[in-house]
Design a protein around this ligand. Sequence first.
Ligand code: CMC
Length: 392
Amino acid sequence: MANMSVCEFRPGLEGIAAAQSSISCVDGQKGILEYRGIRIEELAEKSNFLETAYLLIWGELPTKEELEAFEHEIRYHRRIKYRIQDMMKCFPESGHPMDALQASAAALGLFYARRDLDNPVYIRAAVVRLLAKIPTMVAAFQLMRKGNEPVRPRDDLSYAANFLYMLNEQETDPLAAHIFDICLLLHAEHTMNASTFSARVTASTLTDPYAVVASAVGTLGGPLHGGANEEVIGMLEEIGSVENVRPYLEDCLERKARIMGFGHRVYKVKDPRATILQSLAEKLFEKFGHDKYYDIALEMEHVIEERLGQKGIYPNVDFYSGLVYRKLGIPTDLFTPVFAIARVAGWLAHWKEQLAENRIFRPTQVYNGLHNSHYIPMEKRSLLGKDHQTIY
Ligand code: CMC
């Protein structure tokens, strides 16, 4: 069959614009990240997660009244229904919290089934519900997998303080809550990454926002994306000492193994979020005690810069976030769900933007398979040369 059209295939769609967006912007050469035109450093210093979520989703900073109303709605919607909790109680405790989160986010679509994408009231309710309930679901799974009842959210606590309270079953130090809030802000949005693309593809079918978030959560979980923060801690533990950093990394480089928490498709310098997270980690160590893994991390950054700096490989957002979360008492396998709590803001902003000028995603492909083959009768087929294994 003649080739009907010639199109270029770029693995990973590198350099291909999948959407027009005014939500965030990265300059990977200069190490600049802006949300709606505002530098991330300025937001981290002056704003908070919910105000920034509002900025991302509605395109401008809220007035005092708008922010108060938004925060009030979110506080009011933090609780999850008993039946969602009952469903989550049936999840296997050995399952990964990202899988629990993906299933719970999708289940919200069952409980809030009405879909009315042209109605701003519906859009706002979905935004509020997802931002409010995702942290509650992450904390609830953490407690339930240990055999405990989930802790009810507290309306008198801020967004960040309430999550840490639900997780640790005790009130959190104000500095710790403030630093956690900045972490959420830093992870809230990051242009057309894999999970955001996934969210937009799902959104483009005009399905419900819970399915949009569930598909993005599934995409975020992989070790090349959000899952890297979890792997960084495993690697620091494996290295164990500052002296072992160089031999460990040399071995990785020789084996051409990926070093988690380093490298980025867009940034060719140190990720600005990594710089802020590093300073947050230092603030935490100052108040709550040093972490020996920080010394290992510093040495890693030094060696990687020396060995891979010329390739533009520097720490990304996932390198220092794990050290901050460890100090906040967050278990390692909750690092990626915590990333998801924050990124819901960006996914929802992209959902709204996609709906505003929607065209269903339907890319093409470069077909490199067979043509004009024929059905082979069973008795003439052979297993020879095929890699099949029976799974019991
Ligand atoms: N360790 C060692 N070498 C690396 C790394 C790394 N972490 N990252 C890139 N390289 C090398 C790679 O081997 C290749 O070398 P060569 O040209 O000699 O073959 C070159 O750099 C380009 O790599 P690439 O795979 O073409 O780059 P990419 O843009 O497809 O990959 C990445 C980006 C983030 C997937 C990759 O840097 C990586 O695997 N990093 C480790 C995982 C990680 O930390 N992920 C979190 C990313 S940031 C947050 C997020 O997205 O959630």
